[in-house]
Design a protein around this ligand. Structure first.
Ligand SMILES: [Zn+2]
Length: 255
């Protein structure tokens, strides 16, 4: 009985589709199926098991800027890409880029950090090590920005998801992300730590990949006190050992 009604539903759906798509041919159907499959392929695959992040304390902050227009209108002209997979190997800014953004730090859709002179002045005054500021010729108050010091991430606890196979030349995946999971630090930074670093891993897809900028808790406070604005902060955690290690969960994470 149940099977019959399912068949009825299936027939109704087919009739309905045929009704609304009178011109539907075999090619249309094949196209539709192909498009649907591709749509699922392109999106990060959802996890089959819901994984909860281990508990931790907040030890640093991700500097999370808003997006501004692409630095390269045509990615074919973008330097610094792998010749095989066209993923970012090195961020090389277009010095002719123009922006009038009033945000003190922003990120272009293709993953270049842009800061205003106020941000640079703050950093110069504090004397942070290893920060790259490259002036943009047409945007007189703006700079391309990249920290060079690498943030030591707890790679065992932090979820890193990839899509596709690693490139045989550069090792990049088509897409890399955290899937909304927490990032954990390998170092238990405190309230008085003051630094600006970046993740070693580059996130998102293809030529848009870029690292996260991570700052100390004190740095985040100082930025707010200085009046820097136009961005927000996300948390970086340090895993608390007394919560126990769930090995099974860690295995499920490595998809
Ligand atoms: Zn590659």
């Amino acid at each position: 009985m149940k099977k019959m009604s399912l068949n009825n539903v299936a027939v109704s759906v087919i009739l309905f589709v045929l009704k609304i798509r009178k011109n539907m041919t075999f090619d249309n159907v094949a196209d539709f199926i192909d498009r649907t499959i591709n749509r699922f392929k392109k999106e990060p695959q959802p996890l089959h098991i819901v994984i909860s992040d281990p508990k931790g304390i907040v030890v640093a902050k991700i500097l999370a800027p808003y997006d501004i227009k692409h630095m390269y209108r045509d990615p074919k002209n973008m330097p610094g890409l792998c010749p095989v997979c066209h993923c970012t190997v090195e961020k090389i800014p277009n010095l002719d880029y123009y922006t009038s953004t009033d945000k003190d730090i922003a990120i272009t859709y293709d993953g270049f950090y842009i800061v205003r002179d106020r941000f640079k002045l703050f950093c110069d005054k504090r004397g942070y090590e290893g920060l790259r500021f490259i002036p943009l010729k047409k945007s007189l108050r703006h700079f391309y920005f990249m920290p060079e010091e690498i943030f030591q991430m707890d790679k065992e606890t932090t979820v890193t998801m990839h899509q596709g196979e690693p490139c045989s030349v550069c090792g990049n995946y088509f897409w890399t992300g955290t899937g909304g999971h927490n990032i954990y630090s390998a170092i238990r930074w405190g309230e008085d730590d003051d630094f600006i670093q970046r993740t070693e891993e580059l996130y998102t897809s293809k030529y848009n990949k870029s690292p996260f900028v991570i700052v100390g808790l004190k740095t985040a406070r100082l930025m707010q006190e200085y009046g820097l604005k136009g961005f927000y902060f996300d948390n970086i955690y340090y895993k608390l050992e007394d919560q126990g290690t769930d090995k099974d969960k860690l295995v499920e994470r490595s998809i």
